[in-house]
Each structure stands twice: as structure tokens, then as C-alpha cells.
Design a protein around this ligand. Structure first.
Ligand code: SAM
Length: 262
């Protein structure tokens, strides 16, 4: 990858968790990993579809989408460096604009499938609703909205514990993460005008060795480990993130939905 990573000049102590992991060589930046992505994409009916991906990050899922032969691919990513990386990655088979997921500038009813992973969790309640409304606007009737996000469990999780997880997570990853229960995610999509066609869950195992191997491969995992050993500040951050993930392992789960625009 030749293009510069997002926030390349920011020190490790203050970098949002996903860009810190990217700096260390991680390419899959979502809670359920490639396996949950594949389950979600499998139910999203990509072939022949006009696809819009919100917040493609480093373009890993973009590449997966392209192998399933969509009619078109358009990414909308608000980080300029990430958008450049995605553009390099999709080449002539798609494009990626720098933009806001809640205001893509795309025409009404111009897509069959909108995809967004690990991007709603980091929005406020109002922004979550605005992005879902934008997905509904851009989709044709009957179009699909596929998301992959972080959830809390069980649905009856005590409110105080929920706040505790959200605050600890936000502190560790330095992103204002606001995961919700699976039921709350579902309700948000339904209120936004969607019916739920498919739900899948996977353990939130972003930093567990088995998941690292599955997501990054052996070489990628070794590169990540080597970079971690070489960078004291980054290692401290990653260990802190991992500690939080382990502490709330029971309360966190990755969830994906395929929802249909009514
Ligand atoms: C955790 S990363 C996930 C990247 C990628 N979807 C993945 O799963 O590997 C979050 C991404 O969302 C992008 N992002 C966050 N808020 C956004 C918004 N409002 N509009 C567009 N992109 C956004 C960030 O720049 C970043 O690329």
C-alpha cells in the first residue's frame, strides 16, 4: 500500500483505535471480522447490483464486494487518505468519494445495496438515524441495507452497565463509540423504514490471536506482532484496548443485519 494512512502524523497515544491498528498493519477494522462480513455479504445479493459502501476504510470489504460482480461500486468515506487507498484498491472497477455518510450527495433511489461496517457505532444517536435515513433515500424500493456493527448483550442489559461499557470503550479506543443492544439496532433500522431480512452475530474478538489469524493471515499477524513489539506507545494502547475488550467480553458481540427498504 503506497498511499499514506489516515492521521499518519498523530502520535500513537491519541490515535483513534482503528487507525492505530491500521498503523500496526491491521487491515480488517470491524468487530466481527471477515467471517461476519462474508455472512453479511452472502445475504446481500451483490451480483448485478449498484452498490454504495459507506465508510469503506482501507477498502478490504470493497475488494470482497468487487469479487461478487456488482454492476457498480461507489465508496463514500470521510477520511481523505482512506478514500485514496480505496480508490487505488478498486481501480477502474469502482470509485470512492470523500464525503459524509449522512449526506452522500448521491441521487435518490440510485442504489440496490448500501453497505456500512463499523461506522454507525461511532456516531451519536442523531447521526446514526441520519445515516440510516440517507441509506433509505439512496436505495431503490426493495433495496438492501447491510450493516456490521458492535452490539451489547443481552437485550435486557442493565442501563448502568451499558453506560459503563460505552464509556470504557470510548476511553480505550479514543472514539466516541456507542454500541447498542441487538434489539436496539433492529429497532433503529425498523424506525428508519426497513424490514429485517437477516441477522448474524459473532464474538467481538478483534484482538484475539485466532481472529487476527483469520482476518490478517499468518504474514499479516506476524507483521502486526512485529510492529507491536517495536512501538512502546502503540503497544500500551493496544494492551489497554484488549484489556477493555476482555473485561466486557460477555457484554459485547458483533452483529450484522441485512435490511430491506420497505
Ligand atoms: C472502524 S473504521 C471501519 C472501516 C471499514 N468499514 C472496515 O470495516 O474495515 C471506521 C471508518 O468509518 C469512517 N467514517 C466514520 N464516520 C463517517 C461518516 N460520517 N461518513 C463517512 N465515513 C465515516 C472512518 O473514516 C473510517 O474509515
Amino acid at each position: 500500500m503506497n498511499a499514506e494512512l489516515p492521521l499518519a502524523n498523530r502520535d500513537a497515544a491519541h490515535l483513534p483505535g482503528h487507525w492505530l491498528l491500521a498503523r500496526l498493519g491491521k487491515r480488517v477494522l470491524r468487530p466481527g471480522g471477515v467471517e461476519l462480513t462474508q455472512a453479511m455479504l452472502g445475504g446481500a445479493d451483490i451480483e448485478g447490483a449498484d452498490v454504495v459502501e459507506l465508510a469503506p476504510g482501507l477498502g478490504h470489504t470493497a475488494a470482497e464486494i468487487l469479487t461478487a460482480r456488482p454492476k457498480s461500486y461507489m465508496g463514500v468515506e470521510h477520511d481523505e487518505s482512506a478514500a485514496t487507498i480505496v480508490r487505488d484498491r478498486v481501480g477502474e472497477r469502482g470509485s470512492c468519494v470523500v464525503g459524509e455518510a449522512a449526506q452522500t450527495g448521491l441521487p435518490d433511489a440510485s442504489a440496490d445495496l448500501v453497505i456500512g461496517e463499523a461506522m454507525l457505532t461511532m456516531q451519536t444517536d442523531r447521526s446514526k438515524a441520519a445515516i440510516i435515513a440517507e441509506a433509505a433515500r439512496v436505495l431503490r424500493p426493495g433495496g438492501r441495507y447491510a450493516i456490521h456493527e458492535l452490539a451489547l448483550q443481552p437485550d435486557t442489559l442493565d442501563e448502568a452497565l451499558k453506560k459503563d461499557v460505552q464509556q470504557s470503550l470510548a476511553r480505550a479506543i479514543k472514539v466516541n463509540a456507542r454500541p447498542m443492544t441487538v434489539e436496539e439496532w433492529r429497532d433503529l433500522l425498523v424506525v428508519g423504514g426497513f424490514t429485517i431480512a437477516e441477522t448474524n452475530t459473532a464474538p467481538m474478538a478483534l484482538l484475539q490471536p485466532r481472529r487476527l489469524l483469520a482476518d490478517e493471515g499468518l504474514l499479516g499477524t506476524l507483521r502486526f506482532a512485529k510492529n507491536l513489539l517495536r512501538d512502546h506507545d502503540a503497544r500500551k494502547r493496544v494492551l489497554d484496548m484488549r484489556k477493555t475488550f476482555v473485561k466486557y467480553d460477555k457484554e459485547m458481540v458483533a452483529v450484522s443485519f441485512v435490511a430491506i427498504k420497505a
